[in-house]
Design a protein. Structure first.
Length: 87
């Protein structure tokens, strides 16, 4: 079960229910390492206390996976381009 205050949509009222699309938007924003502009995880500074620890750990893990994915993808592309240029 989700905690409604654990996903903060900054352009909607705080009482709006978070739906699947909002959750996917948060996940994609985190994984793609774009950053939080419109949606973000609930933090203790928003008054959610420690009830959102799970979502914060998940977002930290997704950020790490996103950075690793971007690094590996960049390294593969660089290696292929370097190999083509050396031929």
């Amino acid at each position: 079960r989700t905690q409604p205050k654990c996903i903060v949509v900054f352009d909607k009222a705080t009482t709006v229910a978070i739906n699947f699309v909002d959750a996917m938007h948060l996940s994609w924003t985190t994984l793609s390492t774009v950053g939080y502009g419109v949606i973000g995880p609930g933090l203790s500074s928003y008054g959610t206390g420690s009830q959102c620890t799970g979502i914060n750990l998940l977002m930290a893990f997704e950020s790490f996976v996103g950075v690793c994915f971007a690094s590996v993808t960049g390294a593969i592309i660089f290696a292929k381009v370097a190999r083509i240029q050396s031929s």
